[in-house]
Design a binder for this molecule. Structure first.
Ligand code: GAL
Length: 505
């Protein structure tokens, strides 16, 4: 009996041992057995117009390293990553947070991207993206200035906070709040719908809105009835960055549609145009829409969004551009905000009435920066004469957010009719930005980039106002201050700002 038990125990050890070794072998197997190398056609969740997200993932696997590209309908992005067993992670724009996290099994990939589930199989002729023709860009000519945006456009945009969650009701209630909060009367007049409003084209090729926006004309009428203006979004590519149908091949038709609906502002985002056109074509492609807007019969502010490529600041006014992005997308962080503003420094000479450099929309009130940092954000945007497009929820904003967005003395710096863009001078952690004003005075902002409070000193000489300082006012403390012997000093908290308006004798 005992012998039998021992024999059974030995057998168990052998069986368990074998199972353990087999398990180890199975765990190790997928990395060798299943390579990710290849082209994979993926489908993801449904868009708001009923179509599906689609992309092609091109990957090369070397050992556990992955390299490749994700080509979606609306954008493409280079990827780098790794695979462990069957599990892989791929990083795109952000090297810290993976864009794609998934597994390979049975010849299929399953991954998560931006919270959506994707499934992919090797590309077949049926799942290959159709090759769309290169439409010859028009010859360059000057599209006359549309007479708009004499000062930087001010308003609100849906993208930063709502992204694809924006709909008709939210836009209407936001328009109500623009009025009740005092934003409209402070100058914020454009209520701009960003990406994800698009439906599909009808039989005549007219672009319709999707079910989130049942009646664009009625919505525009509502926003106008509040004494506000309304903006819309498209791309010169076949698809927007959110993968919705865009204006490629339909530029004149879409400009007429936007005008007929009553839109006053168009943000035109490069996105998938990069899959068809070359960077040398940028000016001509933007000119095509600039000319289409001019022919639409409605004054429409033209906002170029191509992230600063191709020296846009030099040619955007020639395509009747009123503002143009100088950077990639802002996010609600100190690094992103400061990064964007510093990136637009070289463009300073190109800002002026009717045409503005755009370091992207405001994040003030979205919750991930301190009040000091948001005051710095607002001050810097005003100093560089940037468009002021709030990106928060105006309906529920806190008193602090309100006090920042509605600081009328700071808004006046942004809206100064001279339209000069300040440039910075750095001294250790302190950065001083000086903006000459139409009345002969100047605005000066000293930003503390350091992690400790620091004493900022403003010299009349920095403002070209030696012996000429008449009055000076601290625009965040809301009080007059005095220059003594041509100097004013104050303590600035970490990531905070001293913002003065100085008038000249
Ligand atoms: C980006 C653009 C953002 C937003 C987004 C919508 O390319 O920079 O501001 O418009 O597309 O998909």
């Amino acid at each position: 009996m005992r012998k039998i038990q021992i024999a059974n125990a030995k057998l168990m050890v052998v069986v368990v041992g074998a199972a353990f070794i087999l398990g180890l072998a199975l765990l190790a197997a997928p990395s060798n057995a299943q390579s990710l190398t290849g082209r994979w056609a993926a489908t993801g969740p449904a868009l708001h117009n009923g179509e599906l997200h689609k992309s092609i993932l091109e990957v090369t696997q070397t050992g556990s390293d992955l390299k490749g590209k994700l080509i979606a309908l609306g954008y493409s992005v280079d990827l780098k990553g790794h695979i462990t067993g069957s599990h892989f992670e791929l990083f795109g724009w952000d090297s810290k947070t993976p864009l794609i996290v998934g597994d390979v099994a049975n010849g299929e990939l399953h991954w998560t991207q931006w919270g959506g589930e994707y499934a992919a199989k090797p590309v077949t002729p049926a799942t290959e993206f159709p090759k769309l023709p290169y439409i010859d860009p028009p010859a360059l000519h000057n599209v006359p200035y549309n007479g708009l945006a004499k000062t930087p456009p001010m308003g609100w945009n849906s993208w930063n906070l709502f992204a694809e969650k924006i709909d008709d009701k939210t836009v209407r209630t936001m328009a109500d709040a623009m009025v009740s909060s005092g934003m409209r009367d402070a100058g914020y007049v454009y209520v701009n719908i960003d990406d994800t409003w698009e439906g599909v084209r009808d039989a005549q090729g007219n672009l319709q809105s999707n079910p989130k926006f049942p009646d664009m004309k009625a919505l525009a009428d509502y926003v106008h009835s509040k004494g506000l203006k309304i903006g819309i979004y498209s791309s010169p590519g076949p698809r927007t960055c959110g993968e919705y149908p865009a204006s490629y091949g339909h530029e004149q038709q879409d400009a007429r549609t936007f005008a007929a609906w009553g839109f006053d502002y168009l943000k035109y985002d490069w996105c998938s145009a990069g899959n068809i056109y070359k960077n040398e074509d940028l000016q001509a492609i933007y000119q095509r829409m600039g000319a289409a807007l001019a022919a639409s019969g409605r004054p429409i502010v033209f906002s170029l969004c191509e992230y600063g490529m191709g020296g846009v600041e030099k040619w955007a006014p020639a395509v009747s551009g009123n503002l143009w992005r100088t950077t990639g997308d802002i996010s609600d962080s100190w690094q992103s905000m400061i990064g964007n503003i510093e990136q637009q420094v070289p463009t300073a000479p190109y800002a002026g009435p009717g045409h503005w450099n755009d370091p992207d929309m405001l994040e003030i009130g979205n919750g991930h920066m301190s009040a000091d940092e948001y005051r710095t954000h607002m001050s810097l945007w005003a100093l560089v004469a940037a468009p002021l497009l709030a990106g928060n929820d105006i309906r529920t904003m806190s008193d602090t957010t309100r006090s920042i967005l509605l600081n009328k003395e700071v808004i006046a710096i942004d809206q100064d009719p001279l339209g000069k863009q300040a440039s910075p001078v750095k001294n250790g952690n302190l950065e001083t930005w000086v903006k000459p004003l139409a009345d002969g005075g100047a605005a000066v902002g000293v930003v503390n980039l350091g992690s400790e409070a620091a004493v900022a000193t403003v010299n009349a000489a920095d403002l070209h106002l030696v012996g000429k300082v008449k009055t000076a006012r601290d625009l965040w403390a809301h009080q007059d201050v005095k220059f003594t012997a041509g100097v004013y000093s104050a303590t600035v908290p970490s990531h905070g700002v001293l913002l003065l308006r100085v008038s000249a004798k």
